[in-house]
Design a protein around this ligand. Structure first.
Ligand code: G3H
Ligand code: ZN
Length: 283
């Protein structure tokens, strides 16, 4: 059933696990993820970046596709359809109008004041439609240089200001995680994560879930993380499966067979993540 992220993340917060946020790039990915999560009885957040939405045709196409899959595959677990890293009010508005049940407004590149203003505008629009809102503070890096730079880490007082003023449902504070593959050891600031959790008491979100060792994932959940975003890792698994399929069968040309080459590896990786995050049987 399609719903916003409020109930599912409140339950995760109370019971001490995290809900997986897995990015989708096409119909097959959405189908694989829904099938595995239904089988594992895990709630799921389907994350869609602006780029992925554009690639699939647009927000309406994505929303209708996901709704169709939920119906046709008889999916009964809680599913949230979430705009990942929405960069503007307009992008969030379009996703909401198309039927997304949750949005992330990522105005973290602006000053704190501007971030609050843009986020507030999104919250006002989203609330009218019962859509949940995640916002980001600090800078989730993409390179080794960025993770070692102190400027990337969210400050406690900024987190408080954003949450209190913009009245968001969930906060993604940048605390040392990066998007894509880690080039060095991840340096996660658990101390600050715990402080933010204690001070704000709302579900926290960890971006850049790919490549984080299991102990870091588990410790993050103990420190208040209720949603973990994973994308690159699934891309790597899926691509390895497709490569093998094509290498093993030089005559394959049916796109269904080529794309499905990545299905098993991707599904196995999802089951592993669900078990690590503790979301199995929480639907
Ligand atoms: O918003 C999406 C992510 O934070 C995914 O990061 O590709 O490093 O797993 P990742
Ligand atoms: Zn992210």
């Amino acid at each position: 059933m399609l719903e916003n992220m409020c109930k599912m993340l409140d339950k995760a917060k109370k019971e001490g696990y995290a809900v997986p946020h897995l990015n989708i790039n096409n119909l097959e990915w959405a189908k694989y993820i829904l099938e595995v999560c239904e089988q594992q009885h895990s709630p799921i957040i389907l994350g869609v970046s602006e780029g992925a939405a554009k690639y699939m045709g647009g927000y309406n196409t994505v929303a209708m596709m996901v709704k169709g899959l939920i119906k046709d595959l008889s999916i009964n677990i809680p599913v949230a359809l979430h705009l990942d890293h929405g960069s503007t009010f307009e992008a969030c508005r379009k996703a909401i109008d198309a039927g997304f049940t949750s949005v992330m407004i990522d105005a973290s590149r602006f000053s704190l004041e501007e971030n609050i203003e843009i986020t507030k505008k999104v919250v006002k629009y989203a609330k009218k439609k019962r859509v949940s809102v995640e916002a980001e503070i600090g800078h989730i890096g993409g390179t080794e240089d960025e993770i070692s730079a102190d400027i990337g880490y969210a400050k406690l007082e900024d987190c408080i200001a954003l949450v209190k003023n913009a009245k968001i449902d969930f906060l993604a504070p940048a605390l040392g995680s990066v998007h894509g593959l880690y080039k060095g050891e991840p340096k996660i600031d658990f101390e600050r994560m715990k402080q933010i959790k204690d001070e704000l008491n709302i579900p926290l979100v960890l971006h850049g879930g790919t490549g984080l060792p299991d102990e870091i994932i588990k410790k993050s959940i103990e420190c208040g993380i209720c949603k973990i975003n994973i994308n690159t890792e699934l891309q790597i698994e899926w691509a390895a499966g497709v490569r093998k399929k094509v290498a093993d069968d030089q005559n394959v040309y049916d796109p269904r067979k080529i794309i499905s080459g990545g299905e098993d590896r991707m599904k196995d990786a999802i089951v592993t993540k669900i078990n690590l995050l503790g979301s199995a049987n929480k639907a």
